[in-house]
Design a protein around this ligand. Structure first.
Ligand SMILES: C[S@@+](CC[C@H](N)C(=O)[O-])C[C@H]1O[C@@H](n2cnc3c(N)ncnc32)[C@H](O)[C@@H]1O
Length: 251
């Protein structure tokens, strides 16, 4: 039955590029709550809209990165402060030699504002192939060593060894899918630093209630991760940004 739901959801043009593992997980969760197969398909699509669909807006197939980033809700919000955004992060982590961008969306298109050395390796992972296709072309043109791949981060913790893992505006999205997913990631990442961010903008502008909730969420995540040795803040207008130093994993 789950297989049938997955197959029906992936038949739709909108969701055929989403990681099958993510669709499968949502189908398995929604099926017991559903009245019929039809209802299950609807529920899974609703969940997929929250997880990936809502961020797509209008993705152009190619063209200049600024235009593409304006089309992607989360990167658009960051554009006005893009240079100081990354300078502030590297000031804490030191210049990275490798980056893993988790739930990357179109963020890797900001590469030219990141001020990275040409030898920096860039790993980009998202559940949605739509932005990844654009990201793959962009990183190939940049000359940086790269690996762009689809994956369900609520299920798997990527094992790549990197200096900095970016979890930009990802925790809120993952929390809606599985409240333990972000903790699992922070516990298992082979990264020296993890950068975790939250939007502080509601549709109507800056939202102080939302900011407080996100700071509390961050505190809990730091405690639950159990391997954070330092927390520094590198927030910019519209985005709360925390730079964590992680203890190395044993073995
Ligand atoms: C709010 S956007 C943030 C994009 C980017 N990190 C940024 O800040 O510009 C959330 C991203 O997470 C991706 N995503 C959602 N659920 C995911 C999952 N389970 N595994 C991997 N990526 C996921 C979405 O496709 C989307 O690109």
């Amino acid at each position: 039955m789950t297989a049938e739901i997955v197959e029906r959801v992936r038949r739709s043009n909108r969701y055929r590029d989403v990681d099958p593992a993510l669709v499968e997980r949502l189908a398995a969760e929604e099926l017991p709550r559903s009245r019929s197969a039809e209802d299950a398909v609807k529920r899974v699509k609703r969940r997929l809209h929250q997880a990936v669909g809502a961020f797509r807006a209008s993705l152009p197939a190619d063209g200049d990165p600024v235009a593409a980033m304006r089309g992607h809700a989360s990167t658009r919000e960051r554009l006005p402060s893009i240079e100081s955004f990354y300078a502030g992060i590297w000031a804490i982590t030191g210049p990275p030699r490798s980056i893993m961008d988790l739930g990357c969306g179109l963020n890797p298109l900001a590469l030219r504002w990141m001020g990275l050395a040409p030898a920096v390796r860039y790993v980009a992972i998202d559940a949605d192939e739509r932005p990844l296709a654009i990201v793959r072309a962009h990183l190939a043109a940049s000359g940086h060593q790269h690996d762009v791949r689809r994956g369900d981060l609520a299920r798997e913790v990527p094992g790549d060894e990197v200096d900095v893992a970016l979890l930009l505006k990802l925790v809120t999205t993952l929390d809606r899918q599985d409240p333990d997913a972000a903790t699992r990631l922070l516990r298992g990442l082979r990264a020296r630093h993890a950068v975790v961010s939250f939007t502080t903008r509601s549709l109507g502008g800056r939202d102080r209630g939302m900011e407080r909730t996100n700071r509390e969420r961050m505190d809990r995540l730091v405690t639950d991760a159990g391997r954070v040795s330092a927390v520094a803040e590198a927030s910019v207008t519209g985005e709360l940004v925390f730079v964590l130093t992680l203890d190395p994993l044993d073995g």
